[in-house]
Design a protein around this ligand. Structure first.
Ligand code: D5M
Ligand code: FE
Ligand code: ZN
Length: 501
């Protein structure tokens, strides 16, 4: 095959870069991308590069390649506006409205979860199918936007001389020396470059690789699109919080890290003692959503054993089960895993396996990461939040203390982990479980060991805290955690408070 490829290229009077040869040989149809490349070229280059053949391959291959060569491009992005500081203590009116949780039977339905439904084997075909599904779902959302009515395929749009509208997946973002920005976009038919001028309305937007956006613009005589606007899937209409009639409350925790020497057992005891107490706020809690990293795990990072108080994974979950036993009966717990838990690291992660579940009280509800869960009809999207590491790396100004900024970006992009090939491993499932297909009423994350509550376009944002003190790794990276804070949301009104322990 190698000889065939080289002969095919040399007959056309050009050469093939060695990396391109290797890439093509790894494909099911090595000639396909080459054929497409030659067909798309007016003038042949001296050498056909890896970039050239990948550009003409299927949607999402650029992402695959980026992951392969591990060359994450630098992206210049905007710092979003500051968020309001969360209220540190339960407000008087929140406390006054408390209703006793034991008066309400639990009403939990898991609406979306990968658990038991994983089909992917991680082949290249799975990968292509995954990116197609991601593109189709997000472009369907964009097509419903008035601004993008009649959006064309990129291959048609590029030949137009009038205003064009199209949808594409971002395969590269770069800044020009004049402060403009160039987005490379691809769909299933073609690729195109889009110039976002420094003085345009979209110049202050942040863009990341592999998100899907819509473009309204004009093609210039060199085939470059000058964007008039860039449209995000976003939450197009601001809705009021769709609450229920009663003041039923949900509390949010994550990152308990049981088994670590830095686990804060005294703070945890304070929490469980308070939860079982007669305090009216404590008695109003009907649900406890636990958003992953419930134990510290084993072998999650190099030399972790030096920081473990319990070095057996079952021992860690057993200890957690014991610690949760004193929680009151009127509290229904929903638990999803995170990157320290004993399930596959690739997202979407399934729920904790049966041998671990059986260590816990039988009322505990286990779900995958992410999961969309209905609590009395209020939809809670729970996601551990690993992708925030990638948002922090890709977007200057984003940091671990401001997780709500990253969460807002996820809702604008309608995707929990848009950036492929960074720190967040993604399993290419047939259906993209990481898109935000249905707009939740509450969006909860953890992972960054910070805390915050806010709202974005009618969605309550919650980032739950940790029950672990600063780790040596975090000290080295200057990450200052905010442990032992408990966000509480009223499912009736969407009002949220944070209680400190
Ligand atoms: O992550 C806890 C916090 O530490 C979170 O803010 C991410 C940060 N962290 C942890 N490990 C890494 C690596 N390897 N790179 C960058 N940031 C990291 P946790 O999931 O609890 O370990
Ligand atoms: Fe954690
Ligand atoms: Zn984590």
């Amino acid at each position: 095959m190698r000889e065939q490829l080289l002969a095919f290229v040399s007959r056309r009077g050009t050469l093939l870069e060695p990396a391109a040869v290797e890439y093509l040989l790894s494909q099911q149809d090595p000639m396909g991308p080459l054929d497409r490349f030659f067909a798309s070229c007016a003038e042949l280059p001296l050498m056909v590069t890896l970039q050239d053949v990948v550009r003409t391959a299927d949607l999402g291959r650029t992402a695959a390649l980026r992951a392969q060569v591990n060359a994450a491009p630098a992206v210049a992005l905007r710092v979003p506006a500051a968020v309001a500081a969360p209220s540190r203590e339960a407000s008087a009116s929140f406390r006054r409205q408390s209703e006793s949780a034991s008066d309400h039977a639990p009403d939990v339905r898991i609406l979306r979860d990968i658990t038991g439904r994983s089909t992917c084997e991680g082949t290249l075909e799975d990968f292509t199918r995954y990116f197609r599904n991601r593109f189709q779902t997000l472009s369907r959302m964009l097509r419903n936007r008035r601004e993008l009515g009649g959006a064309q395929e990129i291959s048609k749009a590029r030949r137009s001389t009038r205003e064009v509208r199209f949808i594409g997946m971002v395969s590269d973002v770069r800044d020009t020396k004049n402060g403009h920005r160039i987005l490379e976009l691809e769909d299933e038919t073609d690729r195109i470059s889009v110039l976002v001028l420094a003085d345009s309305s979209s110049a202050s937007e942040t863009f990341v690789n592999d998100e899907v956006v819509g473009i309204v613009g004009k093609v210039n005589d060199r085939g470059l699109v000058i964007a008039e606007s860039v449209v995000r899937p976003d939450i197009p209409v601001v809705r009021p919080f769709r609450g229920i009639g009663e003041h039923i409350r949900a509390a949010f925790i994550s990152d308990v890290h049981v088994g670590s020497t830095t686990f804060l057992d005294e703070k945890w005891s304070k929490l469980t003692t308070w939860m079982s107490s007669d305090d009216e706020l404590a008695r109003s809690l009907r649900y406890l959503v636990v958003s992953g990293d419930v134990v510290d795990g084993i072998g999650v990072y190099p030399r972790q054993d030096e920081e473990l108080a319990i070095d057996d994974i079952y021992g860690q979950y057993e200890a957690l089960a014991k610690m949760m036993a004193p929680l009151p009966d009127h509290l229904t717990v929903i638990m999803i895993p995170g990157n320290h838990d004993a399930v596959r690291p690739a997202e979407p992660q399934p729920a904790l396996p049966q041998p671990i579940r059986k260590l816990f009280d039988s009322n505990l509800i286990f779900a995958g990461n992410p999961s969309l869960v209905s609590l009395h009809g209020v939809k809670v999207l729970a996601y551990h939040g690993r992708s925030m590491d990638d948002f922090v790396s890709a977007i200057p100004g984003m940091n671990y203390h401001r997780p709500l900024d990253a969460m807002r970006e996820m809702l604008k992009m309608r995707h929990l982990a848009p950036i492929y090939g960074g720190k967040t491993p993604i399993a290419p499932e047939a259906e993209d479980h990481l898109n935000v297909d249905e707009v939740p009423d509450i969006f909860a994350t953890g992972h960054v060991h910070s805390v915050g509550v806010d709202a974005y376009r009618g969605v309550v944002l919650v980032n739950s805290s940790t029950w672990q003190a600063q780790t040596p790794y975090q000290k080295m990276r200057n990450i200052e955690p905010l442990p032992a804070r408990l966000p509480i949301v009223d499912l009736g009104t969407g009002a949220a408070v944070i209680k400190e322990f």
